[in-house]
Write a protein that binds this ligand. Structure first.
Ligand code: ATP
Ligand code: MG
Length: 140
């Protein structure tokens, strides 16, 4: 568990994670609306990419960022209606590649289909305080 006091500390936390990252890798993000899942993804990927690319996938479930040595897929399942939509989006095919997959709202997934062979970090972000930029992070 880690207390994050500012955006800058969040950025540093993400940067440290990029240094431990092996590929393939799955990062699942848990947290309420506005907890900071997209912000986390932006900081993490900006440590890997030259350009700032990450934003919430609005029209598709999946954003792909290139410019790193492996593909990076940023998935946001918030608007997912059903398992069929997930299937037709090509989501499960992402696991056929050597990639980094980051998933917001991963609680909407059926865990039993996630390949156990993929190293995974599950990161819970909580806004626990009235202080706007303070967060609690629990990693498992
Ligand atoms: N320490 C912090 N860590 C992460 N985000 C922070 C922090 N402090 C402030 N913020 C701000 O909080 C907001 C979090 O919004 P963000 O879009 O990342 O949330 P989200 O969890 O992705 O929400 P949603 O479920 O709607 O996708 C951003 O504007 C971000 O800059
Ligand atoms: Mg988001």
């Amino acid at each position: 568990m880690e207390q994050i006091l500012s955006l800058q500390e969040m950025k540093e936390f993400c940067f440290k994670l990029t240094q431990k990252l092996t590929v393939p890798h799955l990062i699942t993000l848990e947290g309420e609306l506005g907890a900071g899942k997209t912000q986390f993804t932006q900081f993490l990927t900006s440590g890997l990419l030259k350009e700032h690319q990450a934003h919430s996938p609005t029209f598709s479930l999946i954003n792909e960022y290139s410019g790193w040595k492996f593909p990076i897929y940023h998935v946001d399942l918030y608007r997912l209606e059903n398992a069929k939509d997930l299937e037709s989006s090509g989501f499960w095919d992402l696991f056929d590649e050597e990639a980094l997959i980051i998933i917001e709202w991963s609680n909407l997934l059926d865990e039993k289909f996630i390949p156990k062979s993929w190293p995974r970090w599950h990161i819970k972000i909580e806004h626990i305080d009235t202080i706007a930029d303070k967060r609690k992070i629990t990693m498992s």
